[in-house]
Design a binder for this molecule. Structure first.
Ligand code: PMP
Length: 385
């Protein structure tokens, strides 16, 4: 059997492949962007699911747009974060990953150009490739997407869609400052294109003041949110915030994909958001993750070879590094695995011009003592080379 042509060239995610490898209990993995499992609010979620499943309506089919109570609660939360939102602006999705697929299905024709920050989230690259899009990279620096590079791409390549993770990005940990957001929003508005703001990490801030979502600066921005990093990823609950001109197409795409997101999961999330202080939970996550980030950053100078550079993220889950010279971090990973420690090589995060000397470390999954031990193992792996 040969698969459909649109799958040609779309590779399996190396992060997902690595996840299998790093399930070995002896491996300390900095590879996957996994939340800390011991931080999951097991009691809160099990209460919410018990309450939700008491009502037989929550075992029935639901509307495509999503549970009205959940949509209202998410709208209220987004409004409190500075992005005025009503329930009608929202479509509940099966993780924000599905929101990305729905936006792509709704807006991107095969052969269209999608402009992406380089490097960027690799499952977004897969999603655009699967839709038959041509990917054009936009340069990024320590403050994320560079407006001058975006302006050039908008002029020259005429993209249909621009994709960015403006806050605590995957894989770089970088954040666009407010002034840059304003500039980027003006550019997309002037060129009449859509920008997807993918924001699963925005609430995980460890220092500085919150930066307003890019969507506050323009209604040409489609915003994707998620409960994965502040609630739990196994819920598979995310959302799309889109203007009325885009929403009907996204809703049709959603109907064709899965009719609607699990009724019982949405109802449980609605119970959870009504009964639990999610802000207090997020405050706890931020304290724990801040310590983990600090532990990793402190260990780095003694771990990596001299001349290595790395990002110093204000939030999120990732540190992004570059080794000096022309090293291939896929080879370093093989040595690291011999020492039972794992990370993700950086090349797959590049749409077009991979930099093989880059790699990504996730600091959220492991407690500080395991981070210290993992970094010791990584140092050994570098010493072997
Ligand atoms: N976007 C980015 C930038 C991500 O890093 C992730 C998760 N790794 C997602 C989207 C998907 O998140 P969800 O679990 O909400 O589908």
């Amino acid at each position: 059997m040969s698969p459909a042509r649109r799958l040609a060239g779309v590779k399996s995610s190396p992060v997902r492949d690595l996840l299998a490898l790093t399930q070995r209990p002896e491996v300390i993995s900095f590879a996957g962007g996994l939340p800390a499992p011991e931080m999951f609010d097991v009691e809160g979620w099990s209460d919410a699911f018990a309450k939700a499943s008491d009502d037989r309506r929550n075992l029935q089919y639901g509307t495509t747009e999503g549970d009205p109570v959940l949509r209202a609660l998410i709208a209220e939360r987004m409004t409190r974060r500075g992005l005025p939102t009503s329930a009608q602006d929202l479509l509940v999705t099966t993780g924000s990953q599905q929101a990305l697929t729905l936006v792509t299905t709704a807006l991107v024709e095969p052969g269209d150009v999608v402009a992406v920050e380089e490097p960027t989230y690799l499952a977004a690259l897969q999603c655009f490739q699967l839709a038959g899009a041509r990917l054009v990279p936009v340069a990024s620096d320590e403050h994320g997407m560079v407006p001058a590079s975006l302006a050039e791409v908008l002029e020259k390549d005429r993209p249909t869609l621009v994709y960015a993770v403006p806050t605590y990005a995957n894989p770089t940990g970088r954040t666009q400052p407010a002034a840059r957001r304003q500039e980027i929003a003006s550019l997309v508005a002037a060129h009449d294109v859509w920008l997807v703001e993918d924001d699963p990490y925005g609430e995980l801030r460890y220092r500085g003041e919150p930066v307003p979502p890019l969507a506050t600066y323009s209604d040409r921005v489609l915003y994707l949110g998620s409960l994965s990093k502040i609630g739990a990823p196994g819920l598979r609950l995310g959302w799309l915030r889109a203007p009325a001109s885009v929403m009907p197409a996204a809703v049709i795409a959603k109907q064709a994909a899965d009719l609607h997101t699990s009724t019982i999961d949405q109802a449980a999330a609605a119970v959870y958001l009504s009964n639990t202080d999610l802000d207090a939970h997020v405050t706890g996550l931020r304290a724990a993750y801040r310590e983990r980030r600090d532990t990793m950053i402190e260990a780095l100078p003694a771990t990596v070879p001299p001349g290595t550079t790395w990002s110093d993220p204000d939030g999120g889950m990732f540190v992004w590094l570059r080794l000096p010279g022309e090293v291939d971090t896929a080879e370093v990973l093989r040595d690291a695995l011999k020492h039972n420690v794992a990370f993700v090589p950086g090349a797959p995060f590049f749409a077009v011009r991979p930099d093989h000397a880059t790699f990504r470390l996730s600091f959220t999954t492991n407690p500080p003592e395991d981070i210290r031990e993992g970094m010791r193992r990584l140092r050994e792996a570098f010493r072997d080379r």
